[in-house]
Design a protein around this ligand. Structure first.
Ligand code: FE
Length: 343
């Protein structure tokens, strides 16, 4: 990895030195900055190379680090595509000016409008839901209804959720602001926070573990975490997951909160055409099925089967708010959560 990355950077540096603007030198490649685990994307990239002859140079790092890198590289960035999770992160990249708009009939035909930027700066490639999860036997699902109802006093000391500095929660609150407005969301958040069983800590998996351990009765977590725990080779993780039920909230109205993983073509992309081809490949039927199954996510494309583990959670109505709204309300969501005491 270290060696191939150095070679890749030196090729880009050479292109800059001799004044080539990419395409002539780099025809037949595409440079991907990815915030996803390599194992969850690499086999698909190999399939793309086998089908098209286009070599994919993969740079994997954390979402924030990749955005920083794109910003500091600016016009000289060798990157063609940024692949990351959460509409909040994609919107932040767009706002920073590191993505360019793309029009593609294939992408627009494959990906529902709610799951891509209206101007084409980014496209959703997989979908995750963030429903209410509960400990079976301790909570009767008939008592549950909406996210809004989690602010009721009967849930006092019974809720586990991760901290407000996590983008998943920021986007969830952003979606509520989009539907209910800021004032109503803030008064809800105060009641919700008052029901926390403990100071927010850990990731989504930790909320489920805490619930099963008796620290709380319900948690909010992304669907793939529960699905991955159910499929885990670790007996203790699997045992925790088997005690958790999934409740789809807000089904009579706006639907359960969903989010995407997605990608956009970078503003300086030296291999723009290849980048669009790779995005189109990732949105294609075969790739959608493999990607969704491997990550335990929902495909964005309709007509593609979900994994058996996800199917067992049942069908649900998803919030149809455009993913772009989540990012647009991010700053307001962060301030509101702070005022509500959500740390
Ligand atoms: Fe995650």
């Amino acid at each position: 990895m270290q060696l191939s990355r150095r070679l890749f950077l030196s090729t880009a540096a050479l292109a800059a030195v001799i004044g080539l603007n990419g395409p002539a030198l780099a025809a037949g490649e595409v440079n991907l900055y990815s915030a996803r685990q390599e194992a969850l994307i690499k086999p698909l990239l190999d399939q793309f190379t086998a089908a098209t002859g286009i070599k994919v140079n993969l740079v994997s790092a954390k979402a924030d680090a990749l955005l920083q890198r794109l910003k500091s590289e600016g016009r000289n960035s060798p990157a063609d595509i940024l692949l990351t999770v959460d509409a909040g992160n994609l919107h932040a990249a767009q706002a920073a000016g590191v993505l360019q708009p793309v029009q593609s009939a294939a992408l627009e035909g494959s990906i529902p409008a709610a799951y891509r930027d209206p101007a084409g700066h980014w496209f959703g490639l997989s979908l995750r839901a963030r429903p209410i999860m509960y400990v079976k036997g301790r909570v009767n699902p008939a008592e549950l209804s909406t996210y809004e109802a989690l602010a009721e006093p009967k849930w006092k000391g019974r809720i586990c959720v991760r901290s407000s500095d996590n983008v998943y929660n920021q986007s969830m609150i952003g979606s509520m602001i989009a539907t209910r407005g800021e004032a109503a969301t803030e008064s809800w958040a105060k009641g919700f926070v008052a029901n926390f069983a403990r100071k927010p800590q850990g990731g989504d998996r930790d909320q489920l573990k805490a619930a099963v351990a008796g620290q709380c009765d319900i948690a909010i977590a992304n669907t793939y975490y529960l699905a991955q725990m159910l499929e885990s080779a670790k007996a203790d993780e699997k045992a925790v997951a088997e005690k958790i039920g999934v409740f789809w909230p807000n089904q009579d109205e706006r639907g359960v909160h969903v989010n995407i993983s997605g990608a956009g073509v970078t503003a300086a992309a030296p291999n723009r055409d290849n980048a669009v081809r790779l995005l189109e490949f990732l949105a294609g039927e075969g790739a959608q099925q493999w990607y969704a199954e491997t990550n335990q996510e929902y495909p964005v494309r309709s007509g593609v089967a979900t994994s058996a583990t996800l199917r067992a959670f049942g069908e649900f109505r998803a919030d149809s708010v455009n993913m772009a709204r989540l990012g647009e309300h991010n700053a307001a969501a962060v301030r509101l959560m702070d005022r509500a005491g959500w740390r």
